[in-house]
Design a binder for this molecule. Structure first.
Ligand SMILES: [Mg+2]
Length: 338
């Protein structure tokens, strides 16, 4: 029999192992909790108790339980009310429970229990074999749920890896492999985006086309590794010299496009001069140990809403200005004629 008056305190929780399903028994009679503990003692579960509905709710909010054995008849808050509250919280609504009741198995009570989401029902006095078999059914469910959860976690991992691989691929598709700068295709896309902002009247836009002077000579004289070292160093100095929101693109072999959003002509010229000096004033170290002085020529073009230029039109102007800089002796900046 479960109503043993001699026992006054609920049983201590069985030693907790994190992997075991955690069961919370809720009953206002300490003797019942002891009986439940004794029945479940041999089962692979972590058993804990609560003497009332409110205490149970507090426990459930503190840590996750896999199953709640819920006495129906309790003072203050009965089992149905407790179940309703468990169901009402987003954090706890997934927890299954089995009602334990001394009430007769009146269809009304059973229906009420199932409506609240009970997975099962058991009547007092508890038949240990019946309770164990119901818990066993739950344990099997729990095991397959855990396996499913693991599978879902595995899928999530896979999804995460795919997302990262996609991101890497996108990065590769947008980046020049040698210098790490934006590649021409992506640079062109970004230029068109900035041009549409110009069209909407939201900004002034300046672009700078820059080309390394006599780059073929560097390759011919010092070899291709030296040429690569020069490209890398110039890419680094360009990136460092411009502002964070400027876009530096490797446009061609030794040609770079710098897109300067929200930049008037008056602001863009000092920027171009600064980068011109950053490159010519400090020799570049080659892998051979030699350091050589490298210069660049630059063509600057600017547009704003009133000018109505296309991206190609603006690029052509910067190209023409660059050509003029080359023609006039290289190592200089020329501004597009408007
Ligand atoms: Mg009771």
């Amino acid at each position: 029999m479960i109503q043993s008056a001699a026992i006054t305190s609920p049983p201590k929780a069985i030693a907790s192992t994190p992997e075991l399903p955690r069961i919370l028994a809720v009953d206002d009679q300490p003797a019942n909790l002891i009986t439940l503990g004794a029945i479940l003692e041999t089962m692979p579960v972590e058993f804990q108790t609560a003497p009332s509905g409110p205490t149970a709710l507090a426990r459930i909010l503190e840590r996750d339980y896999d199953l709640v054995l819920l006495d129906v008849q309790m003072p203050d808050m009965n089992g149905f009310e407790t179940a309703k509250l468990i169901r009402s919280s987003h954090r706890t609504r997934h927890i299954p429970f089995i009602f334990i009741t001394a009430l007769n198995t009146d269809a009304h009570f059973i229906r009420k229990g199932y409506e609240l989401g009970a997975i099962d029902y058991i009547t007092k006095p508890i038949d240990p074999a019946v309770l164990r078999s119901k818990i066993n059914v739950f344990l099997q469910l729990h095991t397959s749920n855990s396996a499913l959860r693991e599978e879902v976690a595995g899928l999530k991992n896979q999804e995460e890896r795919l997302r990262k691989a996609n991101k890497d691929l996108r990065h590769q598709a947008q980046t020049d492999p040698l210098t790490g700068l934006l590649n021409r295709r992506h640079g062109h896309t970004l230029l068109c985006r900035e041009m549409s902002r110009v069209e909407r009247g939201n900004q002034d836009l300046s672009i700078i086309m820059a080309d390394i002077d006599h780059f073929k000579n560097i390759n011919d004289t010092h070899g291709h590794p030296a040429g690569d070292a020069v490209l890398l160093e110039i890419a680094r100095r360009l990136t460092q010299s411009f502002r964070p929101h400027d876009l530096v693109v490797r446009w061609g072999g030794e040609e770079f496009l710098i897109i300067c959003p929200h930049t008037s002509f008056a602001q863009s010229l000092p920027l171009a001069q600064r980068i011109h000096h950053a490159i010519r004033d400090v020799p570049i170290d080659l892998p051979s140990g030699l350091a050589i002085r490298v210069t660049i020529s630059m063509g600057l073009a600017h547009t704003s809403t009133l000018r109505g230029l296309s991206a190609e039109g603006l690029l052509a102007q910067a190209d023409d200005a660059l050509y003029a800089a080359k023609r006039d002796g290289r190592d200089r900046i020329r501004v597009a004629q408007v």
